[in-house]
Design a protein around this ligand. Structure first.
Ligand SMILES: N[C@@H](Cc1ccccc1)C(=O)O
Length: 512
């Protein structure tokens, strides 16, 4: 803020006592600049000011044209020769285009001209171009004493109203013609000498807003994860511990009755760890698992292929959170039977090629329901309610294959934006070949389902490329501005405006 303008304001006040209208006193300075200076002086209570609003009518381009070349009606009148013959309407149209009609209409109304067959003839010999006169008045004075005229010129798009702000200024309680430098900080240098004794300090402004904090914004994925966690809690689920990103192939595949020859276990689909290469001891059920893979049982003939302990001990980055569910079910089976509902939402890894909708790591949301009379029908009914809670009201199922569930269903949701069914997740009833070796009794059924967290988040936040959501291309401003990440329902600007309003209403005591 330039001190020159502030000093000019103060000097003018010193000589004149008040400034009635800044638009008159400081003609060449914009009202924003004047306001900036006034606000700064007001904060030191050196001045006080009031806002004056002026409404001014200005000339539109069409009006300017009529000031310069006469109104349309006058131009038409001039084009009509005196005498009985007049001029053909078609000739006027050819000469004046759209203005011909407007000019004729007004000319008829004024009684200047009239129709004679296909021709226009003069009624009077001379005219006064009142429109032009009125426009010139508005141009010179910014207004017109006749409200009717203003209305008419506005209706004809010849003039437009503009609002201008200016200010009436008076001396404040701390008025002076000197701009004193006020210190914002008490410094070490001041304290070393005597400077602190004579320094004048700025008043604290307790209403001033701090800098918008860069922290404190939730990433959209974490925000949606938190929303979904709460839905699970409301529906009676318990959260599973998901802190191990690396799991043994045993929990990720074998305990889930995924054959050791299954293509998902290939290097191109799964990340295997090289150091450490293998897990520690397998859990006590490994032999039962080996048996069911090799020979079957519980009504199954098994895979009839040899099962290797070494293969099961390989460490992998978990490819699905079902690796957590399998351990949870194993732990549950050790306790006396009780119905249970578990969920997890955490990271999983797949060695996939990355594109707009796929990353090599993503989040899975998974639920398992353990009950003695759990059935596919109940799972479908549950998923219907669950997805409604997530905001997806229309779901469909399609049979699919998972080594660990039978029957298995893919879940599709209707995406009204894309106008098509999109795949949301996978689900099914866990097979006895998986459940029984874990130790669950024959009459206990378990249903499960899983989906990615990224897909519904992208739909919710309107993000098309997953790399805008995860990775180094994430734009911090997007994270801050995305409505999904806002902690406060109000925008930052609204918060700021409310605070400024509160500050304005405060009575200052700055220099008493
Ligand atoms: N693990 C499955 C999801 C699922 C979980 C539980 C039961 C059925 C399916 C997936 O990765 O897609």
């Amino acid at each position: 803020m330039s001190d020159a303008l502030k000093l000019t304001i103060l000097k003018t006040l010193a000589t004149d006592g008040t400034i009635e209208n800044t638009a008159v006193a400081f003609k060449d300075t914009s009202s924003e600049t004047v306001l900036g200076a006034l606000k700064s002086l007001e904060s030191h209570e050196m001045v006080s000011y009031q806002i004056l609003t002026t409404e001014v009518w200005t000339i539109e381009p069409e009006g300017q044209d009529q000031i310069e070349s006469g109104s349309y009606e006058a131009r038409i009148f001039q084009a009509v020769p005196a005498g009985e013959q007049g001029i053909a309407i078609s000739e006027l149209k050819a000469k004046f285009g759209a203005a011909a009609n407007l000019g004729q209409g007004k000319g008829f109304k004024n009684g200047w001209i009239k129709k004679n067959g296909d021709n226009i003839v003069r009624v009077v010999d001379t005219i006064v171009d009142q429109t032009k006169v009125d426009l010139e008045i508005v141009q010179a004075t910014g207004t017109h004493e006749s409200k009717e005229t203003i209305k008419d010129l506005k209706r004809r798009n010849l003039i437009k109203q503009n609002k201008f702000f200016s200010y009436a200024v008076a001396k404040g309680t701390c008025f002076s013609t000197e701009l004193k430098k006020q210190e914002a900080d008490l410094t070490v240098e001041m304290l070393k000498g005597d400077a602190w004794k004579s320094a004048e300090f700025k008043q604290f402004n307790f209403e001033s807003l701090g800098i918008n904090p860069r922290g404190g914004h939730l990433h959209p994925l974490l925000k949606v994860r938190e929303e979904y966690r709460q839905i699970f809690f409301e529906m009676g689920f318990t959260e599973m511990p998901t802190n191990n990103y690396a799991e043994s192939a045993f929990w990720n595949f074998d305990a889930l009755f995924v054959p050791q020859q299954h293509s998902a276990r290939e290097l191109q689909d799964t990340f295997f760890l090289s150091d450490p290469l293998v897990s520690g001891e397998l859990p006590d059920i490994w032999e039962t698992v080996k048996n069911v893979h090799e020979k079957g049982g519980y009504g199954s003939i098994g895979y009839r292929a040899s099962w290797s302990e070494n293969e099961a001990r390989k460490l992998v980055l978990r490819t699905h959170t079902t690796a957590v569910s399998s351990q949870m079910l194993y732990a549950l089976a050790k306790e006396p039977y009780r119905p249970a509902k578990y969920f997890s939402i955490d990271k999983v890894y797949r060695n996939e090629s990355v594109d707009d909708t796929h990353l090599a790591e993503f989040h899975q949301l998974e639920g398992v329901i353990v009950d003695k009379n759990m059935s596919l029908g109940r799972l479908i009914a549950f998923l219907d309610v669950f997805f409604k809670r997530l905001g997806i009201s229309n779901i469909r199922f399609k049979p699919t294959y998972n080594p660990y569930t039978e029957p298995s269903m893919e879940i599709f949701g209707w995406h009204s934006g894309l106008d098509k069914w999109v795949e949301l997740g996978n689900s099914g009833m866990f097979r006895p070949e998986m459940l029984r070796p874990l130790g669950l009794e024959e009459d206990v059924q378990v249903a499960g389902f899983g989906l990615s967290l990224e897909r519904p988040t992208m739909i919710k936040c309107g993000i098309r490329n997953i790399r805008e959501l995860v990775g180094h291309k994430v734009d911090l401003d997007t994270i801050e501005d995305n409505p999904a990440c806002r902690l406060d329902k109000r925008t930052f600007i609204e918060v700021r405006q409310a605070a400024e309003e509160a500050a304005r209403n405060k009575v200052s005591t700055a220099c008493q």
